[in-house]
Design a protein around this ligand. Structure first.
Ligand code: PGA
Length: 261
C-alpha cells in the first residue's frame, strides 16, 4: 500500500459554518502532502460547503455518509449518489454500523447502495463489523465476512480493486473501547483473504481501514499493525486539533506502511 487513508466521519455534527471554521484551522495545520489521503465525510447539507472550502486543496477529498439505493424518484428526504457527486463527493460510506443498527439497514440494502455508488462514479467505503454479543459468541469473522460478501454481491470482481473496506467493531464505536492492533490485524487478514477469493490478485489494491474510538493516543499503534491501511475516525475527527494530530501521526512514523505488509 503506497500511503494510508485518514477518513473523518463527522456523523450528525458540523453545519456549513462550523465546517468552515474547522477547515480554516485544520488547513493551517496540514500542508499539502502526497504521502496519505485525507477524506472528510460531513453531513449531506454540509458537503458542498466543505467541497468549496477545499477547492484549492485537491489533495483532500470529500465523501457522503449515506446514499439512497435508487438514482432518483419519490423518496422524500433522501439523497442519491449522483446528487452527492454533483455536490462534490468522491466517496460514499456504505453500511456504516449506525445505518445498520439505528436505521435497520440490511446487508442486502448495503449491496444495493454500493451498486448505486458505483453507478454514479463514487468510490464505496464498505463498513463491516460485529456487535459485542457476536464477538463474545466467537462470531466476529463469520459476521464480517457475511457483511462483506453481501455488500460486494452487486459488484463485478474487476470493480472491487477500486473500493475501500472499513472494519469497525460496533462495540468500539463511540465507546472509548478500541480493538487492539492484533485484534484488528486478525480481522483485516480475514477480510483480505475473502477479497482475494472474490477478486483474486486485484484484492491487494483494496485499502482496509480500521475504525472505532481511534484517537491521537492509539492512532500510531493501529496504523502500524499489519493490514491496517488507514483509519476511519468519528469523535476524534470533530476537533481540528485532535484530527490534525491523528493525520500527522503518519509523518512521525518511522517506516513506510508498505514495509510492514
Ligand atoms: P468513533 O466513530 O471514532 O467515534 O468511534 C467511528 C465511526 O463510527 O466511524
Amino acid at each position: 500500500m503506497k500511503h494510508p487513508i485518514f477518513a473523518a466521519n463527522w456523523k450528525l455534527n458540523h453545519g456549513p459554518a462550523d465546517a468552515d471554521a474547522f477547515l480554516r484551522q485544520f488547513l493551517a495545520y496540514y500542508p499539502r502532502t502526497q504521502d496519505r489521503t485525507v477524506i472528510f465525510f460531513p453531513p449531506a447539507l454540509t458537503l458542498h460547503a466543505v467541497h468549496l472550502a477545499l477547492k484549492d486543496r485537491t489533495d483532500i477529498k470529500v465523501g457522503v455518509q449515506n446514499i439512497h439505493s435508487e438514482d432518483y424518484g419519490a423518496f422524500t428526504g433522501e439523497n442519491s449518489a449522483a446528487i452527492a457527486r454533483g455536490a462534490g463527493a468522491k466517496y460514499a460510506l456504505i453500511g456504516h454500523s449506525e445505518r445498520r443498527h439505528i436505521f435497520g439497514e440490511s446487508d442486502e440494502q448495503a449491496g444495493k447502495k454500493l451498486a448505486a455508488a458505483v453507478r454514479a462514479g463514487l468510490t464505496p467505503v464498505l463498513c463491516v463489523g460485529e456487535t459485542l454479543a457476536q464477538r463474545e459468541a466467537g462470531d466476529t469473522v463469520t459476521v464480517v465476512i457475511r457483511q462483506l460478501r453481501a455488500g460486494l454481491s452487486t459488484a463485478e470482481p474487476a470493480q472491487v480493486a477500486g473500493f475501500i473496506v472499513a472494519y469497525e467493531p460496533v462495540w468500539a464505536i463511540g465507546t472509548g473501547k478500541t480493538a487492539t492492533p492484533s485484534d484488528a490485524t486478525t480481522v483485516h487478514l480475514a477480510i483480505r483473504e475473502e477479497l482475494r477469493t472474490l477478486a483474486g490478485e486485484r484484492a491487494e489494491a483494496v485499502p482496509i481501514l480500521y475504525g472505532g474510538s481511534v484517537n491521537c493516543g492509539n492512532a500510531e499503534s493501529l496504523l502500524a499493525a499489519p493490514e491496517v491501511n488507514g483509519l476511519l475516525v468519528g469523535g476524534a475527527s470533530l476537533d481540528a486539533d485532535s484530527w490534525s494530530g491523528i493525520v500527522r501521526t503518519w509523518a512521525t512514523m518511522a517506516s513506510p506502511l508498505e514495509r510492514r505488509r
